[in-house]
Ligand binder design. Structure first.
Ligand SMILES: *Cc1c(COP(=O)(O)O)cnc(C)c1O
Length: 367
């Protein structure tokens, strides 16, 4: 008889350094993780009901758990971070209102213009600085005077982490205070807020305190296959539930998915620190290469900037050696996650070094 319980237990509790897939290393994103055996077991055991009738106890448990962690009254389980942000924006804003947000932020760049296309909400982007922050001056300038000619700003939407960079509590609080003074509501896109939480050793409710709503993803570093939880006041969540329904996000026996989120909070949350260690080790291991600029972050994400001539070739060389990274763009995105081990990181360091050792002899012959 296969000692299933022992295998599963080991798989879910071993540090990532002792797990991982030795022949394929996928550093493109922390969304590429596959549900572990333990997580699949939790799905199989989940108690479920029809959540559109409000009858799924596992969904309810997840919503209550994340809301309590975030220090908010209520939570709403939604299929994706994209839908979570859209639901939040559409709940806070009416058609023709403006949402002020960073010009690099996910909700502006990577969500297919949903706020405008579906919600009729006008995005008003302000410059995102090198560290992913917004300047209070820029945010203030974006708020138009109360005049019949102008769309009125209703919401300030911030993000943490931004491309893996932790936003300080002080800067977030200052921007939220400015929003409040100008009668704006505030939303935090906290897809990777869990990384910020672990990196700063601050509880979620502290990081979320100044916001009217917060969206968190379970399918990034936490390793669940699907799902986000949007949190806010009871009134906000009641209105958000209607928007989720109109967007097609009402799910039936979704407890099998919510169970993954609960499992992830119990088992995978502390493991984010391994991802941060792995990212730091990788950045350190590549820092001695002259022709490669390493933009290290505070958490599980970094960007590599090779010379233009190397861009395509480096990404191809890595791929030929079983390592997938983002790009090839000016900056190649590299993300650590649950399914990347410390051994994978050492291999990646070796392969990048091998590319740069090989390169002078091979120049012009196209490796
Ligand atoms: C991934 C991500 C989202 C969207 O989440 P999906 O589940 O992929 O739709 C939103 N915001 C940020 C900052 C993200 O990284």
């Amino acid at each position: 008889m296969r000692p299933v319980e022992v295998c599963d237990y080991m798989y879910t509790t071993l540090p990532p350094s002792l797990r991982g897939d030795s022949h394929h290393i996928d550093l493109r994103s922390d969304t590429v993780t596959k549900p572990s055996t333990g997580m699949r077991r939790a799905m199989a055991k989940a108690d479920v009901g029809d959540d559109v009738y409000g009858e799924d106890p596992t969904v309810r448990a997840l919503e209550e758990r994340v809301a309590a962690m975030a220090g908010k009254e209520a939570g709403l389980f939604v299929p994706s971070g994209t839908q979570s942000n859209l639901v939040a924006i559409m709940t806070h804003c009416n058609r023709g209102d403006e949402v002020i947000l960073g010009d690099d932020y996910h909700a502006f760049v990577f969500e297919t213009g949903g706020a405008a296309a579906i919600g009729g909400v006008v995005p008003n982007p302000v410059p995102t600085d090198q560290n992913g922050g917004l300047s209070p001056d820029d945010a203030l300038k974006a708020i138009k005077p109360n005049h019949t000619w102008f769309a009125q700003a209703k919401l300030l939407a911030l993000e943490n982490t931004v491309s893996g960079q932790v936003q300080t509590l002080e800067s977030m609080n200052a921007l939220c205070e400015l929003a409040r003074q100008n009668k704006l509501l505030t939303h935090l896109d906290g897809a990777r807020i869990w990384n910020a939480m672990l990196a700063t050793n601050q509880p979620l409710d502290t990081l979320a305190a100044s916001f009217d709503s917060i969206s968190t993803c379970l399918s990034k570093g936490l390793g669940a296959p699907v799902g986000s939880v949007l949190c806010g006041s009871v009134d906000f969540i009641a209105r958000a539930e209607r928007i989720r329904k109109v967007l097609g996000g009402g799910m039936r026996q979704a407890g099998v998915l919510a169970a993954c989120g609960l499992f992830a909070l119990d088992n995978n949350l502390p493991l984010l620190l391994h991802d941060h260690d792995n990212a730091r080790r990788l950045a350190d291991g590549l820092s001695d290469i002259d022709d490669l600029v390493v933009h290290a972050g505070d958490t599980n994400m970094m960007f590599l900037e090779p010379l233009e001539a190397d861009r395509q070739k480096l990404v191809q060389y890595l791929a030929d050696n079983g390592i997938r990274v983002g790009g090839p763009e000016v900056r190649i995105r590299v993300v650590t996650h649950l399914d990347v081990s410390a051994t994978d990181i050492e291999k990646t360091i070796d392969v990048v070094h091998a590319y740069y050792k090989l390169r002078p002899n091979q120049r012009g012959r196209g490796i």
